[in-house]
Design a protein around this ligand. Structure first.
Ligand code: SF4
Length: 347
């Protein structure tokens, strides 16, 4: 569907109480197949977002988020507080009130056609998942990827969505001219726990099947085994089974880190923990008493547990881009070991 010719309906004051900052609203939609969700379809003025503090020409100075909000609904999602800027006060709104930039592909094409565009690598999946369920309805990503392919722009993409498989031919087209850095986020390999902590996501098995499909399409594709949840997913048995499955899927590399609990998600996660695993309340409050990161001693302990398992399963560590939290671009010529020090963002 092309959206460039759509007429803007009036943003009548009061039509959407509390959504004064959802600009360019075309309409709201509550499709019956997405129970409990509301989509705010908007005409975006821009598609490329400059990463704050980035230096032009360095990966990744630019990101694209076709959606704001994410129905994957991960309890630990660091992006949850970003909905506040849209005047959604309830942290749970991030999961159910999704802004859809229906014209993002067309706007992007215009931006990439400017003589000033230097084909700096672009990251997708930094703040919301571009392959969340809504993508099956709106099909924004093919036009985004076509625009990137036609302009010869390298891309890094991090997702939990299996719909990625649909667009592998387009990604392969981009890869003909420059690096494509794909990563699948799969952190929880216990199906019951996954349904509690990431209720809107595809199963781990389905995500790993997508990794395999990407590899078979000739693309590099890593796995973000993160966040590792203290007391819930950090047992040797869980990690060993996870890494065995990741290796079996043919993943190019693995990135891992322990849970971060930054302001805005901290209370949301701790409330969830209390509802489902109250036996761990006290331990978490101790661990995260001094800030958003797990204590150094825990991170060291986790490294000593995971690193031998990586070796056992013949997996190598990948690198995270510090500015975006997605895979570090090979276009920078850098593939380094991930520091065990805290990373600024997680998935
Ligand atoms: S962590 Fe990623 S997939 Fe999960 S809700 Fe946040 S943006 Fe979506």
């Amino acid at each position: 569907m092309r959206w460039s010719g759509q007429q803007l309906e009036a943003e009548a004051p009061g039509a959407l109480p509390g959504l004064a900052r959802v600009h360019g609203l075309v309409r709201t939609s509550r499709p019956p197949e997405f129970a409990g969700m509301t989509f705010y379809e908007v005409l975006a003025k821009s598609a490329l977002n400059k990463v704050p503090g980035s230096v032009p020409g360095t990966p990744y100075a630019w990101t694209i988020n076709p959606y704001r909000g994410c129905s994957h609904a991960c309890v630990y999602c660091f992006a949850r507080p970003t909905h506040r800027y849209l005047d959604f006060d309830d942290p749970g709104a991030f999961d159910a009130e999704v802004v859809v930039k229906v014209n993002v592909g067309d706007v992007l094409r215009t931006e990439l056609a400017k003589p000033s565009w230097t084909r700096s690598p672009v990251a997708l999946g930094t703040n919301t998942d571009p392959y969340q369920r809504a993508e099956g309805r709106y099909r924004l990503m093919p036009r985004v990827l076509e625009a990137l392919a036609d302009s010869g722009t390298p891309v890094s993409l991090l997702t939990k969505g299996t719909l990625l498989r649909r667009d592998l031919p387009l990604l392969a087209r981009i890869a003909e001219h420059g690096p494509v850095d794909l990563a699948m986020s799969v952190a929880v390999f216990d199906p019951e726990l996954q349904a509690l902590v990431e209720p809107g996501t595809p199963t781990a098995a389905a995500r790993l099947a997508t990794v395999r499909a990407a590899r078979e399409a000739g693309l590099e594709c890593g796995v973000f085994l993160m966040p590792v949840l203290p007391y819930l997913t950090d047992t040797t048995a869980h990690l060993d089974a996870a890494l065995a499955a990741i290796a079996e899927a043919g993943a190019s590399y693995v990135v891992w880190t322990a849970l971060h609990l930054k302001p805005g998600v901290r209370q949301w996660y701790l409330d969830w923990l209390h509802r489902h695993f109250p036996q761990h309340d006290a331990a978490y409050r101790r661990m995260y008493a001094d800030g958003p990161y797990a204590p150094k001693a825990y991170r060291r302990w986790l490294a000593e547990r995971i690193e031998p398992l990586l070796t056992k399963h013949g997996l190598r560590r990948g690198a995270v881009d510090d500015t975006t939290g997605t895979t570090r671009s090979r276009s920078a010529g850098i593939v380094q070991a991930v520091a065990t020090a805290p990373q600024p963002t997680l998935f």
